[in-house]
Design a binder for this molecule. Sequence first.
Ligand code: 13P
Ligand code: SF4
Length: 306
Amino acid sequence: MSPIADRIKELKEKHNVLILAHYYQPGDVQDIADMVGDSYGLAKASAGTGAAYIMFCGVKFMAESAKILSPEKTVILPAMDAGCPMADMIDAARVKALREQYPDAAFVGYVNTSAEVKAEIDVCCTSSNAVKVVQSLPEKQIVFLPDANLASFVARQVDKEIIAYNGYCIVHKRVSSEHILAVKNEHPGVPFLVHPECTKDVVALADFVGSTAQIIKYATESPEKKFIIGTEEGILHQLKKDNPDKEFIIASNQFVCVNMKKNSIEQVLAALEAIDAGQPINTITLSDEMIAKARRSLDRMLEIGG
Ligand code: 13P
Ligand code: SF4
């Protein structure tokens, strides 16, 4: 272990800090984490921890969800400017306006939303359980927000009217089906695994569609030895760790989320040193009222399951 990783280990144990990292984080951040996971797995871990602090190496909506699910904990986001452009595409006022337009619909919100949006919807979902969440609802009409690509992926698998908001992930939307076809032609017969935030045309070319954790599980259990990966490049770190004998080809060098890369191990250490000095930095603060309102939609998702 490097001296910085050693010091991180020492401080996190001393202060009972749970370090969570998303699969899109830089590899050295994933390596010092207590748990690496997809949005659903990390939300579940933050709801059930006995740690005093949660250090969330991801983007802001994820750290906010951890705070909502564990309000008594101090939740820290090492890089406070790590946001999600998709989450910023919708606010509470727009949800309220849609509620007036569709009074009979159930409102399903991707976890990639702010706390104020979570406070206005009926239930959250992640990319791993979106279909299950929508299917579990009695309503036939669903307003699905903010990701139009995930909404369209869900709509193709359920017998319900899905009204999609027009948000999108700037990273996954960048890659076109023409580009993917060229990559597939270079590697004939190699399975193509994608995230449902990709466009409908890209998803149509996939052999498997799933969340980051589901993509890793699929590749690990598959007898195939080579895969084309259609999601953010940080996932390669865990894919290679779990499958040293397999080859992974990132479908495009455009699959980089600059926000996910804002956390560094230096910032993780700085945030731990601040705890050690008795003055935690980069803590997530939400009002008790906001936490109580936003918690309903997250709790409902966790009850439905992954
Ligand atoms: P998952 O972790 O659910 O695969 O989602 C990816 C994502 O875009 C997180 O921002
Ligand atoms: Fe947001 Fe897309 Fe980055 Fe995920 S990959 S944090 S959805 S911009």
